[in-house]
Design a protein around this ligand. Structure first.
Ligand code: DGY
Length: 327
């Protein structure tokens, strides 16, 4: 008899098929988000779970599911997983790095350009039939070429965002816990968070989120930014204090914000939604078909291997708590 696994959200049929070769699969074709009680009930008797960022795998849940041996996240960010609890219970946790880096960086630029040049706002206005004549001062934005790009979090995605800046002749600065060894991001300069905030014309947030990085951008940080700057977040909503951001935008202390992620998704702070200078998208930075397929494939590879099946049995490609594999 095959061991049982749970797929918590709708995934591509090819992924379900791959997992069915090894496991008795329960999937969620209706694609609703399980309430915590339902998730706990459905995980009973399951040895593995393919989850996404919408599922919170916390200590009480892990303790209530003693059959669980592996959790594969279809995301590079893993703030939804309590790694300490999973490790303590001997459950392998995995994520999907690398495969989404370039697609996510592309989208960071899409948001940056839309925010700086006000494309969403201008298009909405045009579609309303309000365009009756060209005018010299219509939808004046801020320039991207020759501007100063700031990157908060110089990991894989931050570096890919930086590489793309060269075509625009930008000065690139970044902040991270420490300077990082850079290969292709010619000339990206490390600086303090405060310097990054005050010198950047466009600030892109690409750092990971955890309790320690909650509201990394709050009132104090926003006050340090240029009034003409844009703020772009393609990481996790909790990194930015949305109330403080809404205030800064309402007071014209910032030129605009491009947000793909929000503090309480899918809820979006109404004051941000109401502000024309906000470009808001529903957490789609990695959403090209090719990349979402690659993410789901990698998560399936991880789950199969972590549970001891397939050609890489026992060696999932991207474990988050590799020590568990050695015990
Ligand atoms: C990720 O991979 O972390 C994306 O944000 C999707 O959740």
């Amino acid at each position: 008899m095959k061991e049982k696994i749970l797929i918590t959200r709708k995934v591509f049929p090819s992924i379900v098929g791959r997992l069915q070769e090894h496991f008795d699969v329960e999937s969620n074709d209706a694609d609703y988000i399980y309430a915590p009680d339902e998730l706990r009930t459905r995980l009973q008797g399951k040895v593995g779970a393919l989850v996404s960022a919408t599922e919170i795998i916390n200590a009480p849940l892990v303790q209530a599911c003693p059959s669980l041996r592996a959790v594969a996240n279809i995301a590079v960010g893993y703030n939804n997983l309590d790694l300490a609890a999973l490790s303590a219970a001997g459950v392998v946790a995995t994520n999907t790095p690398d495969v989404l880096t370039e697609t996510t960086a592309d989208f960071g630029w899409a948001l940056l350009m839309a925010t700086a040049r006000r494309t969403g706002e201008a298009e909405r206005w045009l579609r309303l039939g309000l365009w009756d004549k060209w005018a010299l001062d219509m939808f004046l934005g801020v320039d991207i070429h020759g501007a100063s790009l700031g990157i908060l979090g110089m990991g894989r995605i931050g570096r890919a965002v930086a590489q793309r800046a060269h075509g625009f002749g930008m000065t690139v600065r970044y902040h991270d816990r420490a300077p990082v060894a850079l290969a292709d991001e010619k000339g990206a300069q490390f600086c303090s968070k405060e310097a990054l905030l005050s010198l950047s014309d466009h600030l892109v947030i690409t750092m990971p989120y955890d309790p320690a990085s909650h509201h990394t951008i709050g009132r104090r940080e926003l006050a340090l930014m240029k009034q003409t700057a844009t703020l772009i977040n393609i990481s996790r909503g909790g990194l930015v204090d949305e109330d403080a951001l809404a205030d800064a935008l309402a007071d014209n202390r910032l030129a605009g914000a491009g947000l793909d992620v929000f503090e309480r998704e899918p809820f979006v702070c109404p004051r941000l939604l109401a502000n024309a200078r906000v470009v808001a998208t529903p957490h789609i930075a990695s959403a090209s078909l090719k990349t979402r397929l690659a993410m789901a494939d990698l998560a399936a590879d991880n789950l199969i291997a972590a549970l001891g099946y397939g050609a890489c049995a026992g060696q999932p490609p991207s474990p988050l708590n590799p020590a568990v594999l050695r015990t």
